[in-house]
Write a protein that binds this ligand. Structure first.
Ligand SMILES: C[S@@+](CC[C@H](N)C(=O)[O-])C[C@H]1O[C@@H](n2cnc3c(N)ncnc32)[C@H](O)[C@@H]1O
Length: 230
């Protein structure tokens, strides 16, 4: 199995329902805080199940939810079929969106599953979709020195803070025997040094900086803010 097959399958990346709920609520809250005007067009690329996306949609004019996995899109379509601000897309649909029309794009927790060349293509494609001065926020980028142990600690702490510590412990134990670990062992995760990623963003046409705070719970990972500059 590869990452594509993994995301299309029934993958237990959350340790329980509370973990998913808190994760999705946190992310929806953080994305909403980026929406400064109600007429903004927003794209959440590689959005996952985004169970709290209706909260984000309340803050903007249109919210595109784009994900590569057909099973994820099926769930999104069911969940948001009556929300007229949300448009569910495949990456191929997103490629058809008119260039220069999106104000804000979020890409959270995707790049570690892409090759370097795939990342370059995604960044270039998304750059085209942004309005001049539009903003791309890329979260959860992993630096080479961040180990799986650091990720495990961050999850346990998140669980402790939100009342699912023992479920997080059990989830980490199950991960040892999971498809995730097998694929991660076989394919690895792609990591980026901060300076290397900033230079890629500059080459792609962005004025970029690393933010102090990462999206989500794991502060060992990095979030970059990239403004379309040419
Ligand atoms: C770790 S989840 C992140 C979900 C969400 N952004 C979050 O932070 O909770 C990664 C998501 O990326 C999607 N994905 C993987 N490869 C993709 C690609 N090349 N293009 C678009 N989506 C992709 C997967 O289907 C999965 O839903």
């Amino acid at each position: 199995m590869n990452w594509q097959g993994f995301w299309d399958g029934d993958h237990p990346i959350y340790v329980n329902a509370r973990h998913r709920q808190i994760h999705d609520e946190t992310l929806a809250h953080e994305i909403s805080a980026e929406i400064k005007k109600p007429d903004m067009i927003v794209l959440d690329y590689a959005c996952g199940e985004a169970t709290e996306a209706h909260r984000v949609a309340e803050k903007c004019a249109t919210l595109f939810l784009s994900d590569g996995a057909a099973t994820v899109r099926e769930k999104l379509n069911k969940r948001y079929q009556t929300n007229n601000k949300i448009i569910v897309q495949s990456p191929e649909d997103t490629a058809q969106v008119m260039d220069g029309t999106i104000d804000l794009i979020i890409v959270n927790s995707l790049l570690q599953y892409l090759t370097r060349d795939e990342t370059k293509k995604v960044l270039a494609d998304l750059h085209k979709k942004l309005k001049p001065e539009g903003c791309l926020l890329i979260g959860d980028v992993i630096a080479p020195d961040v180990s799986a142990l650091t990720d495990a600690n961050a999850l346990l702490w998140f669980g402790f803070m939100h009342g699912f510590f023992f479920a997080a412990l059990g989830g980490l134990f199950r991960t040892l025997f999971s498809d995730y670990r097998k694929i991660r062992g076989a394919l690895g995760l792609t990591t980026w040094r901060e300076d290397e990623f900033l230079s890629l963003l500059a080459q792609t046409g962005f004025k970029a900086q690393r933010r102090k705070k990462n999206f989500g719970h794991n502060q060992a990972r990095m979030t970059f803010e990239a403004i379309k500059s040419f």
